[in-house]
Write a protein of this length. Structure first.
Length: 736
């Protein structure tokens, strides 16, 4: 336990009778509350306090006293103390840090920690039964059945155990009387499994072994350090960081693994269980409230040793966290864009620094940020250069679409068609990848040129033929696809422009009528459960041809897949975004990396109009080093992250005029600074979103500049202006 946790209990510092409490609302300051006589609280204690006319759950904080201007007898008292483990020192400092860095009210960040209100409810203990002694001498068949009905030597109740064994409860009581069983108090829910560090370790390859030894030494030594595992797809990175987890568990500390698409990675849980003989606790939006409560309490008490989770797991109140692994660290899903805006990979590093433990980042395509940190010696980089078991990386070639390689109205070139046919003929699998949901990105009237636009956003509606609707991918607006043009009334004049994954599926049905085909896109009905089942079915080889969006690109192991065709490799490059090249490189590398993981001659095809683009050339030549060198150079030259720091300031309002007026106001108030430049205001890339008109400033700062201080001096006091104007700050925006 940290020293400060004891502070208020030590004789030198008598318990305070007024304490600061942070409450989970959009407020930065703590409120002062009176501590009722006979109640002891300390920083971290979770309490119930009155706030206005409501009662809210808050946490006693450790702000310095001061600003407590209200007289003691006028202060409201703490209403109740929750029967929950207090929040430790590290997570409190983490909340302070995240709030300051992202310029969010502390209360909002605390809300991320108190995500599981059920965890704060007192638990009714359950009286269960446990095996403690040897079987009795007189082992009747009834008694034997009781003992056989125990699971891991445990049962949830006497009555349940008797029912399970098909005997009367007196048989169970008899076993308790003779000392074979005893009653115990059990917690609700399944008791946490304890991972065994040496349970199912694979014999590691030499490369893996070298990386693992380096890593376990780091973890065993403790202390803050960031290690980047940089290894091609299928190089066995997971087994390497499993060794880091084993080292943390051996040291008696907790471990957290973050994954970008956790809800879909049933395979990962199984792998973890095979390696450690115990399932990890999961933390993501698909876990039930009860399951979340169990995990929340379990990590706070220290009973739960390993959690695998989505980005929000970073805010769990671990009692003694000793390691965080961020797998696929380059993945954009780590950035949360709504509510509390934060980047989980960056904050994992911060949490490691505050908690004094190592952080492991793993990727086949590290972010430029992490790569630069490694090159400059801030991170340690461990390289796994080859696939496990001698499997080769796929051979990638371009299909140059400028050469009229596509028959009219088609999206799949004959060369790709042939390769897919051959793969299916050999009993292998193929993937057609297009990172665009729906049927067509634009619907146009051939007679009058009418286009279907979202009523809330400045975007075109995407046709989803499967559902029979036109949909906005930004606000979720949908409308039925009409038969006639709403503008000129012509019937049958509406044309789908450009392909979406549903349209590629339609073409695939014509080209490969015999193949067992599967369309995989996150907007198909059936939700996560169905997606999970389908991903499992692909891995088992139940389909010949998969047609999918980026959902299939990431992390999955499809042993039979040998051909990957990227229908439109240029899709991501069109953005004016400085990260466009990096993101496209990562996506193409990841998706082609699905091929050939279990050996054999695997091939990838990029259908492109820009075969000479540095991204395409790097992928085709398999020369990732050249890509990183060129891209890092480009970022340095353009003074873009990580060589500078960025913030976006979005000014929005329901009408354009007040937004524009507010933006002009702000533009007139830009403070001068040496190392900071403000660009804008300009229309945001999506100028209207969810009915709000948006203008944007881009703030570019040198790495040494106090970006937050600058933004505060510019924007403070203006954040909630008149005319429904809202100002949002996005520190380290990922795309713009
Ligand atoms: P990555 O995360 O680098 O893409 P994985 O860790 O998923 O790679 O490993 C790729 C495949 O190789 C997996 O099926 C994994 O089970 C297998 N594998 C990894 N290491 C070994 C090993 N040492 N021996 C045998 N199989 C291994
Ligand atoms: Zn919309």
């Amino acid at each position: 336990m940290a020293q400060t946790d004891l502070l208020f209990e030590s004789p030198a510092a008598p318990p305070r009778d007024v304490v600061p409490v942070v409450v989970p609302v959009a407020l930065d300051q703590a409120y002062s509350y009176r501590v009722p006589r006979g109640v002891t609280v300390r920083p971290g204690t979770i309490v119930e306090v009155p706030l206005g006319t409501r009662a809210v759950t808050g946490v006693v904080w450790d702000d310095e006293p001061g600003g407590e201007t209200v007289g003691h007898n006028r202060l409201k008292p703490i209403a109740a103390v929750h029967d929950a483990p207090p929040l430790g020192e590290t997570i409190r400092r983490f909340v302070d840090w995240v709030a300051r860095y992202y310029m969010m009210p502390r209360g909002m960040v605390l809300r991320m920690v108190l995500r599981s209100p059920e965890a704060l409810e007192p638990e009714a203990p359950i009286r269960g039964v446990r095996l403690v002694g040897a079987p009795p001498e007189r082992l009747t068949p009834a008694r034997r059945r009781v003992l056989e009905a125990l699971v891991d030597g445990l049962a949830w109740s006497r009555l349940g155990l008797a029912a399970q064994a098909g005997v009367s409860v007196s048989v169970v009581d008899g076993l308790i009387d003779c000392g074979t069983l005893e009653t115990v108090e059990l917690r609700a829910g399944r008791p946490a499994d304890i991972p065994e560090p040496d349970y199912g370790r694979l014999a590691l390859t030499d490369d893996q072994q070298a990386a693992a030894e380096d890593l376990t030494a780091t973890v065993a030594a403790g202390g803050f350090k960031v290690v980047l595992i940089d290894g091609v797809t299928g190089s066995g990175k997971t087994e390497v960081y499993f060794e880091a987890i084993a080292a943390a568990v051996k040291a008696g500390r907790q471990a957290l693994v973050l994954l970008p698409e956790i809800a879909l990675t049933a395979e990962f849980t199984d792998r973890f269980a095979a390696r450690f003989g115990a399932k990890p606790e999961e933390w993501h939006s698909d876990v039930s409230a009860k399951g979340r409560a169990r995990t929340w309490r379990g990590v706070a008490t220290g009973e739960v040793r390993c959690v695998i989770g989505a980005r929000s797991a970073l805010f769990l109140p671990f009692r003694d966290l000793g390691l965080v692994v961020v797998d696929e660290e380059h993945d954009g899903a780590y950035k949360q864009d709504e509510g509390v805006v934060y980047h989980a990979r960056d904050m994992a590093v911060v949490r490691g620094r505050l908690g004094g433990f190592p952080v492991v980042l793993a990727s086949a395509t590290p972010s430029i940020e992490s790569r630069v940190n490694a090159d400059q010696g801030r991170y340690r980089r461990l390289v796994l250069p080859a696939r496990v078991g001698g499997a080769r990386l796929p051979e990638i070639s371009a299909i140059d679409l400028r050469q009229k390689t596509l028959p009219r109205g088609r999206a799949i070139a004959p060369r790709l068609q042939t390769a897919i046919d051959e793969a299916i003929g050999r009993g292998e699998q193929a993937l057609l990848f297009l990172n665009r949901r729906g049927y067509a990105p634009l619907t146009l009237c051939r007679s009058c040129g009418h286009r279907f636009e979202c009523p809330n956003c400045s975007t075109w509606l995407v046709e989803h033929r499967f559902r029979g609707v036109l949909a906005c991918h930004h606000c979720g607006h949908t409308e039925r696809r009409p038969d006639a043009c709403p503008s000129c009334g012509d019937v049958d004049s509406l044309t789908a422009c450009g392909p979406g994954v549903e349209r590629v599926a339609e073409e695939a049905a014509v080209l490969f009528p015999e193949a067992r085909r599967l369309v995989l896109s996150s907007d198909m009905p059936g939700g996560t459960k169905r997606l999970k089942d389908e991903l499992g079915a692909i891995a088992k080889g139940e389909f010949d041809l998969v047609i999918g969006t980026q959902l299939v690109a990431k992390g999955h192991n499809f042993p039979k897949m040998t051909v990957v065709g990227v229908v439109d490799a240029d899709l991501g490059l069109a953005h004016g975004d400085p990260r466009a090249a990096e993101k496209t490189f990562q996506l193409l590398q990841q998706v082609t990396g699905r091929a050939g993981r279990a050996g054999g001659d695997a091939r990838g095809f990029l259908q492109t109009h820009a075969p000479d683009h540095p991204v395409m050339k790097a992928i085709i030549a398999g020369d990732r080093e050249r890509f990183y060198a060129a891209e890092i150079d480009e970022r340095r030259r353009a003074f873009m992250p990580p060589f500078s720091r960025l913030a976006a300031v979005i000014v929005s309002a329901d009408e354009r005029d007040p937004a524009l007026a507010a933006a002009r106001d702000l533009a007139g108030a830009i403070p001068p600074a040496d190392a900071i430049r403000v660009l804008g205001p300009a229309e945001a890339p999506i100028a209207v979103m969810r009915g709000r008109h948006r203008l944007r400033f881009l703030v570019i700062a040198s790495r040494q500049a106090d970006l937050q201080g600058y933004l505060a001096s510019w924007l403070l006091g203006r954040r909630w202006g008149k005319g429904g104007v809202k100002i949002q700050i996005d520190i380290d925006p990922q795309s713009f």
